[in-house]
Design a protein around this ligand. Structure first.
Ligand SMILES: NC(=O)c1ccc[n+]([C@@H]2O[C@H](COP(=O)([O-])OP(=O)(O)OC[C@H]3O[C@@H](n4cnc5c(N)ncnc54)[C@H](OP(=O)(O)O)[C@@H]3O)[C@@H](O)[C@H]2O)c1
Length: 332
């Protein structure tokens, strides 16, 4: 059970993920959903009722001005993350921003600079980086269980019905497989082999001009190669394999919500399982925000903003090679 007052959350945007993560926030003993804001007041009220919040607002500005909101969760479409995060930070609120942090690295750096200047917690809701199985995989690799890393393969794919107005396909909303799905693969690879010295991307585009399927190679400064694939038009394996000089690790299930991995060496194989928390699986993300706030930390050690920005740099380069540009890329 939690000690002390609960963290009072405000949610910006009342779409799909707001409901899903909102339920895990409401279920945490140390948190409560205090308020929900939507561009549509009725939608805000509906979600507020569902999550047990006693306040709802028809504008994001009204929610960030609420003195009884301790932390803001940005659950909008990607292209709206930057403005919503800055709105919250400038109103003096710590913020959890859904993945990706922004649509490009420049937006990510803007958010990072504002968070630093305001001295407020800000982290990307990249739940894979808080996933106990993924943490155990990175620890097994760091502990030398498969020797030195030679290569990594990571796929995150999910088939969305094509609809030019859907956020996966609409450029104005930051559509594209890379920002929605490839972001997980990149967030997984970064702790393994660090920033790339070289990125090569190939792929196909949806009729709206955003990326639909992408294969990306990421070469580290010391020659390790990661192959990342993502697609919004296939149900891919959504799995990962890390190949080392003495063995390999296979990460089971969908990478973003994996619960098991197998380490194989000449001596044999062993599988480790770590279940996600009950509910919708976002409990660790909620707990990390609670922990950072209680400890007065403004940058999560597990999901630092520098890593969110580094991932966006990779995705920026891949999009540049594919010729996928957003309105935000035109800004100085
Ligand atoms: N961590 C995960 O597992 C996970 C899973 C799914 C999605 N996500 C992330 O969550 C975010 C939202 O995805 P979703 O699936 O919840 O999308 P969604 O159902 O379409 O909801 C997105 C919300 O964004 C708000 N919004 C603000 N400006 C908008 C605009 N100009 N056009 C459209 N919507 C706008 C809307 O809220 P109001 O109109 O109510 O203000 C809308 O309900 C994405 O960034 C995605 O990457 C994360």
């Amino acid at each position: 059970m939690s000690r002390g007052p609960k963290v009072r959350w405000g949610i910006l945007g009342a779409g799909g993920i707001a409901r899903t993560v909102g339920a895990d926030i409401a279920a945490s003993p140390a948190s409560t959903v205090g308020a929900v804001a939507s561009r549509d007041a009725a939608r805000a009220t509906n979600l507020a009722v569902a999550l047990g919040a006693d306040r709802s607002y028809g504008s994001y500005e009204a929610l960030v001005a609420d003195p009884d909101v301790d932390v803001v969760y940005v659950a909008t479409t990607h292209a709206q993350h930057r403005d919503a995060a800055l709105l919250a930070l400038r109103a003096g609120k710590p913020v959890l921003v859904e993945k990706p942090l922004g649509v490009n690295a420049r937006e990510g750096r803007e958010i990072q600079a504002e968070a630093r200047a305001s001295g407020l917690l800000c982290l990307e809701g990249m739940w894979l980086r808080l996933n106990p199985t993924a943490l155990a995989v990175w620890a097994a690799v760091a502990g030398g269980q498969i020797g030195d890393i030679v290569a990594v393969r990571a796929d995150v794919s999910h088939c969305f019905d094509y609809d030019p107005a859907h956020r996966l396909f609409d450029s104005a909303l930051g559509g594209g497989a890379l920002l929605d799905l490839g972001v997980y693969a990149a967030a997984f690879v970064l702790p393994l082999i660090g920033r790339p010295s070289n990125v090569r991307a190939a792929g196909t585009l949806a009729p709206t001009g955003v990326d639909a399927s992408v294969a990306l190679t990421w070469t580290s400064a010391t020659g390790q190669v990661a192959t990342l694939t993502c697609s919004s038009t296939t149900e891919g394996g959504s799995a990962a394999t890390i190949i080392g000089t003495k063995g390999w690790i296979e990460v089971a299930g969908q990478l973003f919500r994996t619960e098991a991995f197998t380490v194989s060496t000449a001596a044999g194989s062993r599988t480790e399982t770590r279940r996600l928390p009950q509910g919708n699986g976002y409990g660790h993300e909620v707990a990390e925000v609670e922990r950072c706030l209680a400890a007065g930390e403004i940058d999560s050690r597990l999901m630092p903003l520098a890593d969110s920005v580094a991932v966006l740099e990779v995705l920026d380069e891949a999009r540049r090679q594919l010729g996928v540009r957003y309105q935000a890329d035109e800004e100085n």
